[in-house]
Design a protein around this ligand. Sequence first.
Ligand SMILES: [Zn+2]
Length: 259
Amino acid sequence: MRTKIKIKKHTPLTDKELLRFNKHILLDDIDVEGQALLKEKHVVLIGLGGLGSPIAYYLASSGIGQITLVDDDTIDVTNLQRQILYSMDDLDKKKVDIAKIKMQKLNSDMKINAISERLASNSDVNYLHDVDLIIDATDNFKTRSLINKISLDNRIPLIMGAAIQFSGQIIVFRNDLTDQPCYNCLYENVSESNACVDSGVFAALTGVVGSMQASECIKILLDIGERLESRLLTIDLKNNDFRIIKLNKDKQCKVCDDK
Ligand SMILES: [Zn+2]
């Protein structure tokens, strides 16, 4: 007969889950209760490119209960150098559809909602009502600004990542809390023309940054350790230079000043 371990407050893990997530459960910071908590979490991942690929894989393999994927793009041969979710067989197919299939193969117990659309100011974001965290894995300032606003409006923490050439950035915006800096506090004066979407990108950089975003996601959901909350991690992979810059709220910020 199937046995289940009793866990206070959370849905018990099954025998299969106890085995599957054994190496998480052996970590004191996660344990059985933390793993059961992950099963109840809902994360939105916007962008399924170079950053979104490792994020999607690690969230699926880590046992997050539900994920909503948002992306309107199709798979191009030039994506394959860094977008490790996809292969030659997937060319011209929608990224959300292939991502869902690959993630479901990895973790069939995970609930995956695939939304094939480019996020816009008039997008229906009703799915955010029970979302615990938003991960931004997009590649342009306009969409990032919009995600920041949606995150503030719905008071949901936001993990943002960027990767260009050999340089990466990761930061957590606690837009669910007051008196914390938002994306606009950091980048108000950066124009769309500065977005380097057509520049080269070192393939492994997107793996490093995306994996860090997945790591920060799980740490926030389980309240583990020091996170990059209101702290910008800059990565220069070419020279192995890693720095953390503390951010302060811009009292003049037009986006979060009334939040
Ligand atoms: Zn702000």
